[in-house]
Design a protein around this ligand. Structure first.
Ligand SMILES: O=C(O)CCCC[C@@H]1SC[C@@H]2NC(=O)N[C@@H]21
Length: 197
């Protein structure tokens, strides 16, 4: 019978925690890049690329944890959202649906990434693109639309029109995510995208 030494387990756990923290920190760094404000209260921000990256790089569970950690830091008042915003009030603003969606979209992105081929850098990049479009774009926007309807009291068609404005930019982020995965897959061939075992 083979047993796993306890130090191996704790080393894996520590590595996992470090990766979760790293992607939460990456979101904070992305928050330093200025947002572009649009009239309806939802800014253009690079942070949605961080959501996609957390999902494809860490997988559903740890990707979601990293976003939850980031959102918890924002909720307690750290000014980590683009433009230096933070505090519980941001979860009552028109963009709150997107914010809540960060954690769930990372989970969906990660789950899709885990299910798709990644045997070569090119396949991993294509899988990352598909996972980002479905999770980091479609799923995130679904939460955004829900938030706009519940908080900003928009109709479904108004909320849909608002979210459509972000699609071209977010599509470019999906391409960037795929390019980053391609680079990581070439440089770190052992990396398990989507948290695959
Ligand atoms: O910082 C916030 O208050 C949340 C902003 C949410 C912005 C959403 S995320 C998806 C879409 N893409 C963007 O660039 N902006 C919106």
């Amino acid at each position: 019978m083979t047993t796993t030494p306890s130090h191996t387990v704790s080393r894996g756990g520590a590595r996992s925690m470090a990766q979760v923290s790293l992607f939460a920190a990456l979101m904070a760094v992305m928050g330093l890049i200025p947002k572009i404000d649009l009239p309806f209260g939802v800014p253009i921000t690079i942070q949605s690329l961080g959501v996609m990256l957390a999902g494809v790089m860490l997988g559903p569970w740890r990707g979601m944890q990293s976003m939850a950690l980031f959102l918890a830091a924002v909720a307690v008042g750290l000014p980590l959202l683009s433009g230096g915003r933070g505090g519980i009030g941001v979860f009552m603003a028109p963009s709150a649906g997107y914010l809540i969606g960060y954690a769930l979209a990372a989970a969906v992105t990660g789950a899709i990434m885990a299910a798709l081929p990644q045997s070569t850098p090119r396949r991993a990049a294509l899988s990352a693109f598909i996972a980002s479009v479905l999770g980091g774009l479609l799923c995130l926007h679904a939460f955004g639309v829900l938030g706009l309807m519940l908080i900003a009291k928009m109709s479904l068609s108004q909320a849909f029109a608002v979210t459509l404005a972000f699609v071209p930019g977010d599509f470019i982020k999906c391409i960037l995510c795929a390019l980053i995965v391609h680079t990581v897959a070439r440089g770190l061939p052992d990396w398990r995208f989507g948290g695959r075992r």
